[in-house]
Design a protein. Structure first.
Ligand code: ZN
Length: 135
């Protein structure tokens, strides 16, 4: 396993436009991309902070993963994403160390990344994502 940096921090919000306003007007960051990920039932907005991104997530449906998360826990940090250079190998390695995976195989995420999630029950409560940049 070779984690190079924190790729992004995922934050669940109720209203993407209001949240974007806060990040732009108060924190002075610039939203460079808004993208809908139909599979995940989310609309995302991205901000660059050094080499790490902030990914805001608004649910497009109450029964999507972010909709359920907000209903249960409210708005806030949803997941932490590490950049890895070989996603499938990283997943196999983690699995061999008895960590349960939500995604056994990489799937397509926002920003053209391949992604996979580890189960938060096995990662001390932090929903953990691995992502690999596809060139
Ligand atoms: Zn993510």
């Amino acid at each position: 396993m070779n984690i190079s940096h924190i790729e992004h921090i995922g934050i669940a919000v109720k209203n993407l436009n209001e949240a974007i306003k806060y990040y732009e007007d108060v924190l002075g960051l610039k939203c460079y991309s808004v993208e809908e990920v139909v599979d995940q039932k989310v609309k995302t907005a991205f901000f660059m902070v050094g080499q790490t991104k902030i990914e805001l997530l608004e649910s497009t449906s109450a029964d999507g993963p972010i909709g359920k998360f907000i209903a249960k826990k409210g708005e806030g940090i949803h997941h932490l994403a590490f950049a890895v250079n070989d996603l499938q190998n990283s997943l196999d390695e983690v699995k061999s160390k008895n960590i349960i995976l939500i995604d056994k195989k990489p799937k397509k995420g926002a920003e053209g990344l391949n992604i996979a999630f580890l189960h938060p029950k096995y990662t001390f409560g932090v929903l953990t994502e691995f992502c690999e940049k596809m060139e």
